[in-house]
Design a binder for this molecule. Structure first.
Ligand code: ADP
Length: 377
């Protein structure tokens, strides 16, 4: 594990509205991107404001760069020199884009000549070359945010805080800015905390993820751990493991469990309702079974060739089911299947056509044991 640029210990912040942020422990590792993800109102911005010294906690500690910064006897100016932040709304001044970008350097009494390479790099990457003489008020929202990002990034801060910097930008500019920004952040290798409510952004950008809900950290871990091994129902749903089934372990040996799925209604299809998963929970443990929809493969019963039959027999849990719904969901279609329990799969329109899938069609759904994640109910 790398060294910690930030540690949050037993932090509490209460608002009169009744909202309480309560973080027992969280940390951010040096030179990594930590994505703080959670629904609106979960406390993400409150935490960022506390780290950025814009608010004081009621109790608890924030340790930044080895020093406590949550007490009252701190040197705010020297701490702020090491942290840069960009928020949803860019805060720009009535002077040229060029001056706005250099503002932080001049406040810190730094010479541009020392930052020339980084200035050239950033204005190129953020496509600001042609805008340097413009007044920020004549720029679009996306362009303004590009200026705010350049100003924060050129300071080369020890910790970069980005609080939903793409949230208020129209969709087309947002996608372009996201690609440019993520490219910079990933290559820069700086200590960054990036706030979002969008799991796709977390999936693309994060090294580590903290999932926050109602002021509490629900799970903290590497991106893979959080996406592939959610620890509870909230996290599973939030990271898109849409198939959540209740079950009970009936057998467990050599790190493979057999789990009996709890039926939701009367079973009319010939399913065994038992799946195998890689896990070592003891028999009788009640568990939730989480499966990402993209890990479910669908097979047309009539079209099975030998290859598919072999694939189904060797490494898949298989269930017979009937398609109950097919809905548009962006570039994919969402397919609901009744296997005695409901499961959801996503597929492209092309592959749905190729497999001859339609509502009412009987199919086989398959999922590999290592794509099934169990957690205690
Ligand atoms: P998020 O960034 O996850 O959307 P916030 O941290 O902005 O969430 O807000 C968390 C909760 O705290 C919300 O219920 C919000 O209304 C409340 N809140 C935020 N700031 C204040 C404040 N200054 N005074 C009172 N309540 C606040």
């Amino acid at each position: 594990m790398g060294s910690k640029i930030l540690e949050i210990i037993k932090l509490v912040k209460k608002y009169e509205s009744g909202f309480v942020l309560k973080i027992d422990y969280m940390h951010a590792e040096e030179n990594k991107i930590l994505v703080l993800i959670g629904p609106n109102g979960s406390g993400k911005s409150t935490l960022i404001r506390l780290i950025n010294l814009l608010e004081k906690p009621d109790s608890g500690n924030i340790i930044f760069d080895g020093k406590q910064i949550s007490g009252s006897d701190i040197d705010k100016v020297s701490i702020r020199k090491k942290i840069s932040a960009v928020f949803q709304e860019p805060l720009l001044f009535r002077t040229s884009v060029y001056n706005n970008i250099l503002l932080g350097l001049s406040i810190r009494r730094q010479k541009l000549s020392d930052f020339k390479d980084s200035f050239d790099f950033l204005i190129k990457k953020l496509k600001l070359q042609k805008l340097l003489n413009r007044n920020p008020r004549s720029l679009s929202g996306g362009e303004q945010q590009r200026v705010a990002l350049a100003r924060a990034l050129i300071l080369n801060p020890k910790l970069l805080l980005l609080d939903e910097p793409l949230a208020n930008i129209d969709q087309i500019s947002r996608e372009e800015l996201r690609a440019d920004l993520f490219d910079i952040l990933k290559n820069m290798g700086r200590s960054t905390i990036y706030v979002t409510h969008d799991r796709n952004e977390a999936m693309i950008l994060a090294d580590d993820i903290a999932v926050i809900n109602e002021g509490r950290i629900e799970q903290y871990g590497s991106k893979n751990e959080v996406f592939r091994k959610p620890e509870n129902e909230f996290v599973a749903k939030f990271v898109g493991a849409e198939n959540l089934l209740e079950g009970k372990i009936i057998e467990s040996s050599n790190n493979v469990c057999k789990v009996k799925i709890k039926k939701k209604k009367d079973e009319h299809l010939d399913n065994n309702l038992i799946i195998s998963a890689i896990s070592n929970y003891l028999p009788e443990t009640r568990v939730m079974i989480a499966i990402r929809p993209e890990d479910i493969a669908l097979y047309n019963i009539e079209m099975q060739n030998i290859e598919i039959r072999n694939e189904l027999i060797t490494d898949k849990n298989t269930f017979h089911g009937i398609i109950t719904d097919i809905q548009d969901s962006g570039i994919f279609k969402k397919i609901e299947i009744d296997c005695g329990f409901k499961i959801i799969s996503y597929d492209t329109p092309n592959s749905i056509e190729r497999l001859g899938l339609f509502i009412g069609k009987k199919i086989i759904a398959g999922v590999k044991a290592d794509s099934i994640h169990l957690f205690k109910k």
